[in-house]
Design a protein around this ligand. Structure first.
Ligand SMILES: NC(=O)C1=CN([C@@H]2O[C@H](COP(=O)(O)OP(=O)(O)OC[C@H]3O[C@@H](n4cnc5c(N)ncnc54)[C@H](O)[C@@H]3O)[C@@H](O)[C@H]2O)C=CC1
Ligand SMILES: O=C([O-])CC(=O)C(=O)O
Length: 231
Protein backbone atom coordinates (compact mmCIF):
# COMPACT_ATOMS: atom_id res chain seq x y z
CA UNK A 1 0.00 0.00 0.00
CA UNK A 2 1.36 3.43 -0.93
CA UNK A 3 0.67 6.68 0.91
CA UNK A 4 -1.79 7.50 -1.86
CA UNK A 5 -3.77 4.28 -1.29
CA UNK A 6 -4.46 5.67 2.15
CA UNK A 7 -6.10 8.74 0.64
CA UNK A 8 -9.61 7.34 0.52
CA UNK A 9 -9.50 6.08 4.11
CA UNK A 10 -7.74 9.01 5.70
CA UNK A 11 -9.26 11.94 3.80
CA UNK A 12 -12.65 11.51 5.48
CA UNK A 13 -11.09 10.97 8.91
CA UNK A 14 -8.88 14.05 8.64
CA UNK A 15 -11.78 16.13 7.35
CA UNK A 16 -14.05 15.23 10.26
CA UNK A 17 -11.30 15.60 12.87
CA UNK A 18 -10.34 19.03 11.55
CA UNK A 19 -14.01 20.09 11.51
CA UNK A 20 -14.14 19.17 15.20
CA UNK A 21 -10.95 21.12 15.90
CA UNK A 22 -12.37 24.14 14.05
CA UNK A 23 -15.57 24.00 16.12
CA UNK A 24 -13.98 23.34 19.49
CA UNK A 25 -10.47 24.80 19.52
CA UNK A 26 -10.12 27.08 16.48
CA UNK A 27 -6.81 28.54 17.64
CA UNK A 28 -5.06 25.19 18.01
CA UNK A 29 -1.87 24.36 16.17
CA UNK A 30 -2.72 21.39 13.95
CA UNK A 31 -0.03 18.82 13.12
CA UNK A 32 -1.05 16.45 10.33
CA UNK A 33 0.98 13.23 10.19
CA UNK A 34 -1.62 10.99 8.47
CA UNK A 35 -0.78 10.05 4.92
CA UNK A 36 -0.76 11.18 2.25
CA UNK A 37 0.45 14.29 4.09
CA UNK A 38 0.79 16.07 0.71
CA UNK A 39 -3.02 15.92 0.30
CA UNK A 40 -4.18 15.91 3.94
CA UNK A 41 -2.81 19.37 4.72
CA UNK A 42 -4.70 20.99 1.79
CA UNK A 43 -7.87 19.15 2.94
CA UNK A 44 -7.43 20.51 6.46
CA UNK A 45 -6.83 24.02 5.11
CA UNK A 46 -10.02 23.92 3.02
CA UNK A 47 -12.05 22.72 6.02
CA UNK A 48 -10.64 25.49 8.20
CA UNK A 49 -11.30 28.10 5.48
CA UNK A 50 -14.94 27.00 5.24
CA UNK A 51 -15.25 27.34 8.99
CA UNK A 52 -13.65 30.81 8.82
CA UNK A 53 -10.81 29.91 11.19
CA UNK A 54 -7.90 29.13 8.86
CA UNK A 55 -4.56 30.43 10.09
CA UNK A 56 -1.84 29.17 7.71
CA UNK A 57 0.77 29.79 10.37
CA UNK A 58 -0.77 27.09 12.56
CA UNK A 59 -1.33 24.23 10.13
CA UNK A 60 1.62 21.87 9.69
CA UNK A 61 2.31 18.66 7.79
CA UNK A 62 4.78 16.63 9.82
CA UNK A 63 7.75 15.76 7.60
CA UNK A 64 10.22 15.47 10.48
CA UNK A 65 10.79 11.77 9.81
CA UNK A 66 12.39 12.67 6.49
CA UNK A 67 14.89 14.85 8.33
CA UNK A 68 15.48 12.12 10.93
CA UNK A 69 16.18 9.64 8.13
CA UNK A 70 18.40 12.04 6.19
CA UNK A 71 20.46 12.91 9.27
CA UNK A 72 20.78 9.24 10.26
CA UNK A 73 21.82 7.94 6.84
CA UNK A 74 24.34 10.78 6.32
CA UNK A 75 25.80 10.31 9.82
CA UNK A 76 26.21 6.56 9.15
CA UNK A 77 27.78 7.15 5.74
CA UNK A 78 30.21 9.82 6.88
CA UNK A 79 31.00 8.48 10.36
CA UNK A 80 29.63 11.60 12.03
CA UNK A 81 27.87 11.98 15.36
CA UNK A 82 24.16 11.97 14.58
CA UNK A 83 23.45 14.86 16.93
CA UNK A 84 25.73 17.12 14.89
CA UNK A 85 24.21 16.39 11.48
CA UNK A 86 21.55 18.59 9.90
CA UNK A 87 20.19 17.96 6.40
CA UNK A 88 17.28 20.11 5.23
CA UNK A 89 14.58 18.16 3.38
CA UNK A 90 12.10 20.09 1.25
CA UNK A 91 9.08 19.46 -0.99
CA UNK A 92 6.57 17.01 0.44
CA UNK A 93 6.29 13.64 2.17
CA UNK A 94 6.07 10.93 -0.51
CA UNK A 95 8.59 9.42 -2.90
CA UNK A 96 10.26 11.95 -5.18
CA UNK A 97 8.45 14.83 -3.50
CA UNK A 98 10.86 14.24 -0.58
CA UNK A 99 13.95 16.21 -1.64
CA UNK A 100 16.95 16.10 0.71
CA UNK A 101 19.33 19.01 0.15
CA UNK A 102 22.58 17.14 0.73
CA UNK A 103 24.59 20.12 -0.58
CA UNK A 104 23.37 22.03 2.49
CA UNK A 105 24.38 19.35 5.01
CA UNK A 106 25.87 20.66 8.22
CA UNK A 107 28.67 20.04 8.99
CA UNK A 108 29.70 20.54 5.35
CA UNK A 109 30.30 17.15 3.72
CA UNK A 110 31.68 16.07 0.35
CA UNK A 111 29.56 13.47 -1.45
CA UNK A 112 30.29 11.65 -4.70
CA UNK A 113 27.49 11.74 -7.26
CA UNK A 114 26.88 8.03 -6.57
CA UNK A 115 26.55 8.71 -2.83
CA UNK A 116 24.14 11.58 -3.52
CA UNK A 117 21.93 9.41 -5.71
CA UNK A 118 21.93 6.44 -3.30
CA UNK A 119 21.31 8.56 -0.20
CA UNK A 120 18.53 10.52 -1.92
CA UNK A 121 16.82 7.29 -2.99
CA UNK A 122 17.13 5.79 0.52
CA UNK A 123 15.69 8.90 2.16
CA UNK A 124 12.85 9.13 -0.37
CA UNK A 125 11.92 5.47 0.01
CA UNK A 126 12.70 4.79 3.69
CA UNK A 127 9.01 4.81 4.62
CA UNK A 128 8.01 2.48 1.81
CA UNK A 129 10.89 0.14 2.75
CA UNK A 130 9.43 -0.23 6.26
CA UNK A 131 5.81 -0.53 5.08
CA UNK A 132 6.81 -3.34 2.70
CA UNK A 133 8.92 -5.08 5.36
CA UNK A 134 5.98 -5.02 7.80
CA UNK A 135 3.74 -6.43 5.06
CA UNK A 136 0.38 -5.06 6.14
CA UNK A 137 1.21 -4.70 9.83
CA UNK A 138 1.54 -0.90 9.76
CA UNK A 139 4.28 1.61 9.10
CA UNK A 140 7.42 2.99 10.72
CA UNK A 141 5.73 3.15 14.13
CA UNK A 142 8.65 3.97 16.42
CA UNK A 143 10.51 6.35 14.15
CA UNK A 144 7.22 8.12 13.38
CA UNK A 145 6.60 8.44 17.13
CA UNK A 146 10.11 9.83 17.61
CA UNK A 147 9.69 12.28 14.71
CA UNK A 148 6.30 13.50 15.92
CA UNK A 149 7.58 13.88 19.49
CA UNK A 150 10.45 16.01 18.16
CA UNK A 151 8.09 18.22 16.15
CA UNK A 152 5.67 18.61 19.07
CA UNK A 153 8.51 19.47 21.42
CA UNK A 154 9.79 22.09 18.97
CA UNK A 155 6.27 23.52 18.75
CA UNK A 156 5.97 23.68 22.54
CA UNK A 157 9.37 25.38 22.81
CA UNK A 158 8.25 27.97 20.25
CA UNK A 159 4.94 28.52 22.06
CA UNK A 160 6.94 28.98 25.25
CA UNK A 161 8.91 31.84 23.70
CA UNK A 162 12.13 30.09 22.65
CA UNK A 163 13.43 32.31 19.83
CA UNK A 164 15.64 29.72 18.15
CA UNK A 165 13.31 27.00 16.88
CA UNK A 166 13.64 25.84 13.27
CA UNK A 167 12.02 22.75 11.74
CA UNK A 168 11.28 21.51 8.24
CA UNK A 169 7.52 21.17 7.79
CA UNK A 170 4.91 21.12 5.01
CA UNK A 171 2.94 24.35 5.18
CA UNK A 172 1.25 27.00 3.06
CA UNK A 173 4.16 28.57 1.30
CA UNK A 174 5.23 31.15 -1.27
CA UNK A 175 8.72 29.74 -1.77
CA UNK A 176 7.68 28.10 -5.05
CA UNK A 177 4.62 28.37 -7.28
CA UNK A 178 3.01 25.54 -5.27
CA UNK A 179 0.58 26.61 -2.54
CA UNK A 180 1.96 24.08 -0.04
CA UNK A 181 5.60 23.14 0.28
CA UNK A 182 7.88 21.66 2.93
CA UNK A 183 10.90 23.70 3.91
CA UNK A 184 12.70 24.87 6.99
CA UNK A 185 10.63 27.43 8.89
CA UNK A 186 11.16 29.46 12.03
CA UNK A 187 8.57 28.63 14.66
CA UNK A 188 7.45 31.26 17.13
CA UNK A 189 4.60 31.94 19.52
CA UNK A 190 2.14 32.48 16.66
CA UNK A 191 3.28 29.52 14.58
CA UNK A 192 5.29 29.94 11.37
CA UNK A 193 7.24 33.16 11.76
CA UNK A 194 9.50 32.94 8.76
CA UNK A 195 10.97 30.80 6.03
CA UNK A 196 14.63 29.89 5.64
CA UNK A 197 14.55 31.14 2.06
CA UNK A 198 18.30 30.65 1.59
CA UNK A 199 17.75 26.86 1.68
CA UNK A 200 16.35 27.11 -1.86
CA UNK A 201 19.23 29.24 -3.13
CA UNK A 202 22.35 27.83 -4.79
CA UNK A 203 20.96 24.33 -5.15
CA UNK A 204 23.18 21.75 -6.88
CA UNK A 205 22.14 20.79 -10.44
CA UNK A 206 20.89 17.42 -9.06
CA UNK A 207 18.73 19.20 -6.46
CA UNK A 208 17.42 21.72 -9.02
CA UNK A 209 16.38 18.85 -11.26
CA UNK A 210 14.78 17.05 -8.30
CA UNK A 211 12.85 20.20 -7.43
CA UNK A 212 11.45 20.57 -10.93
CA UNK A 213 10.56 16.85 -11.10
CA UNK A 214 8.67 16.86 -7.82
CA UNK A 215 6.47 19.85 -8.64
CA UNK A 216 3.90 18.13 -10.92
CA UNK A 217 3.48 15.21 -8.48
CA UNK A 218 3.12 17.47 -5.47
CA UNK A 219 0.70 19.73 -7.36
CA UNK A 220 -1.47 16.72 -8.28
CA UNK A 221 -1.61 15.65 -4.61
CA UNK A 222 -2.51 19.16 -3.51
CA UNK A 223 -5.24 19.47 -6.17
CA UNK A 224 -6.63 16.05 -5.16
CA UNK A 225 -6.92 17.17 -1.55
CA UNK A 226 -8.58 20.47 -2.45
CA UNK A 227 -11.03 18.73 -4.79
CA UNK A 228 -11.95 16.19 -2.08
CA UNK A 229 -12.60 18.91 0.49
CA UNK A 230 -14.81 20.89 -1.89
CA UNK A 231 -16.85 18.11 -3.47
N1 LIG B 1 4.14 11.60 8.33
C1 LIG B 1 4.91 10.57 8.66
O1 LIG B 1 6.12 10.70 8.86
C2 LIG B 1 4.34 9.20 8.81
C3 LIG B 1 3.00 9.01 8.69
N2 LIG B 1 2.45 7.77 8.85
C4 LIG B 1 1.01 7.67 8.73
O2 LIG B 1 0.46 7.64 10.05
C5 LIG B 1 -0.80 6.97 10.03
C6 LIG B 1 -0.84 5.89 11.08
O3 LIG B 1 0.10 4.88 10.77
P1 LIG B 1 0.20 3.57 11.65
O4 LIG B 1 0.25 3.94 13.11
O5 LIG B 1 1.27 2.71 11.10
O6 LIG B 1 -1.20 2.90 11.30
P2 LIG B 1 -2.03 1.84 12.14
O7 LIG B 1 -2.97 1.21 11.16
O8 LIG B 1 -1.12 0.97 12.95
O9 LIG B 1 -2.83 2.75 13.17
C7 LIG B 1 -3.92 3.55 12.78
C8 LIG B 1 -4.76 3.82 14.02
O10 LIG B 1 -5.81 4.73 13.68
C9 LIG B 1 -6.98 4.30 14.35
N3 LIG B 1 -8.17 4.84 13.64
C10 LIG B 1 -8.80 4.30 12.57
N4 LIG B 1 -9.86 5.06 12.24
C11 LIG B 1 -9.90 6.10 13.10
C12 LIG B 1 -10.80 7.20 13.26
N5 LIG B 1 -11.84 7.38 12.46
N6 LIG B 1 -10.53 8.09 14.24
C13 LIG B 1 -9.46 7.91 15.05
N7 LIG B 1 -8.59 6.88 14.96
C14 LIG B 1 -8.81 5.98 13.99
C15 LIG B 1 -6.91 2.79 14.31
O11 LIG B 1 -7.71 2.22 15.32
C16 LIG B 1 -5.41 2.56 14.57
O12 LIG B 1 -5.14 2.49 15.97
C17 LIG B 1 -0.94 6.42 8.60
O13 LIG B 1 -1.70 7.34 7.86
C18 LIG B 1 0.49 6.40 8.11
O14 LIG B 1 0.59 6.41 6.72
C19 LIG B 1 3.22 6.70 9.19
C20 LIG B 1 4.58 6.85 9.32
C21 LIG B 1 5.23 8.10 9.12
O1 LIG C 1 5.63 5.34 3.88
C1 LIG C 1 4.65 5.33 4.63
O2 LIG C 1 3.50 5.06 4.26
C2 LIG C 1 4.86 5.73 6.05
C3 LIG C 1 5.56 7.01 6.12
O3 LIG C 1 5.03 8.05 5.79
C4 LIG C 1 6.96 7.04 6.51
O4 LIG C 1 7.46 6.08 7.12
O5 LIG C 1 7.60 8.05 6.21
Amino acid sequence: MTRDDLFNINAGIVKSLVEAVADNCPNAWIHIISNPVNSMVPIAAEVLKKKGVYDPKKLFGVTTLDIVRANTFVAEKKGLRLIEVDVPVIGGHAGITILPLLSKTKPACEFTQEEIEKLTDRIQNGGTEVVEAKAGAGSATLSMAYASARFVESSLRALDGDSDVYECTYVQSELTELPYFASRVKLGKKGVEGFATSDLENLSPFEKEGLEKLKPELKASIDKGIAFANK
